[in-house]
Design a binder for this molecule. Structure first.
Ligand SMILES: [Zn+2]
Length: 356
């Protein structure tokens, strides 16, 4: 079944983890197995061949670069201009993958429909993986001329915040609202029809952003606070509001967000019982709140700074997303529900957002 993944840090993996994503997952693991600079070395789960074998033909692909003031202990660039340049390097990698026929950028309804037709037609030749650019944390937008430029480059969604305090909104583990800069950004996004990704907004920024934005809203990779308590997760009130705003929420596969009690760097998926089925508990919860299965999708975040050590124990590579299907059948979901989760809900959202 065709899969849409609403959140993958592909260029970050290429440029900061130094992974050649044209290679099979196993080859990438072997090449870096001796490295110890990051906890997920040799444990990656994503590559272009793995995506193809799992029929993941379309994704939201990030540009991501944090700007940190002197007072911010998180890793990041010391000026927004440096952060911008980092996102441009990432874009340059996506372009190089396009030139290789590995990927293809999608920016409009017509391109989306053409791409879906290509992937639904059986063929022996290698199909390019469709990607839509999304920005995780908007700190790299130096001013709105840069936003305009980013839109021209294909940027179609923005999560204003990531971890910690940001220029346009406050993110995970931070507090506070979006302020005048955040409001101005949302206005510009509305004008350009850029999707607001509510993921990572802290509670205050979440509610203020939703109050100040009339454009399309989704949450690309977010799970439920009721099941795993943490400010990174959505409360039931937030989920209900998103449902009312026609949002789709991508279920993330970062193990600490899937099962309660996870200790980062210590817990292991096997011993914590973190499996693909645990992710479906979050899907169930959202579907219960909605009264239907129209507001859930896939937003794995696989290789988003973690690898197999913090992913579902029954997932070796991203191709294993296909194993969601029997698990959903066992839970009583209809084939239509399952198709909607695997791709349909996010595609409906994109079609309605890009209809003009
Ligand atoms: Zn994230």
């Amino acid at each position: 079944m065709f899969v849409f993944d609403a959140h993958l840090d592909l260029a970050m993996n290429a440029m900061e983890w130094n992974r050649d994503l044209r290679l099979p997952v196993r080859a990438i693991r072997e090449r870096e197995a001796h490295l110890t600079d990051k906890p997920d070395r040799g444990k990656n789960t994503v590559s272009c061949p793995a995506m193809r074998s799992g029929n993941i033909g379309l994704c939201m692909a990030t540009q991501i670069a944090r700007y940190v003031k002197e007072s911010n202990p998180l890793p990041g660039w010391h000026s927004p201009e440096q952060a911008w340049a980092q996102t441009q390097g990432q874009l340059s990698w996506y372009r190089a993958m396009e030139a290789q026929g590995e990927m293809i950028q999608i920016t409009s309804l017509q391109q989306l429909e053409n791409h879906l037709t290509l992937w639904s037609t059986p063929s022996e030749t290698k199909k390019p993986i469709g990607y839509i650019l999304t920005l995780e944390g908007a700190d790299s937008i130096v001013n709105f001329n840069y936003l305009e430029k980013a839109y021209e480059q294909g940027l179609r969604a923005i999560g204003p915040a990531h971890y910690g305090p940001g220029t346009y909104a406050q993110g995970t583990n931070a507090t506070g609202g979006i302020g005048p800069k955040g409001k101005a950004l949302l206005k510009e996004m509305e004008r350009l029809n850029i999707i607001l990704d509510a993921t990572h907004l802290c509670d205050e920024s979440f509610w203020e952003a939703l109050d100040n934005f009339n454009g399309p809203i989704w949450a690309s990779h977010n799970n439920c606070r009721t099941l795993v308590p943490h400010n990174r997760q959505f409360s039931d009130d937030q989920i209900k509001e998103l449902i009312q705003r026609e949002a789709v929420i991508g279920i993330a596969l970062d193990a600490w967000m899937m099962v309660p009690g996870w200790k980062k760097g210590i817990s292991l998926p096997e011993e914590m019982g973190a499996t693909l089925s645990s992710a479906l508990d979050h899907l169930d919860h959202i579907c219960q709140l909605a009264g239907n299965a129209l507001h859930v999708g896939i937003g794995t975040d696989l290789d988003g700074g973690f690898g197999k050590e913090q992913s579902p124990s029954d997932l070796d590579t991203i191709a294993d997303l296909q194993n969601y299907i029997p698990l959903l059948e066992k839970r009583g979901y209809t084939i239509t529900d399952i198709e909607n989760f695997m791709h349909g809900n996010f595609l409906r959202f994109l079609r309605s957002t890009w209809k003009n």
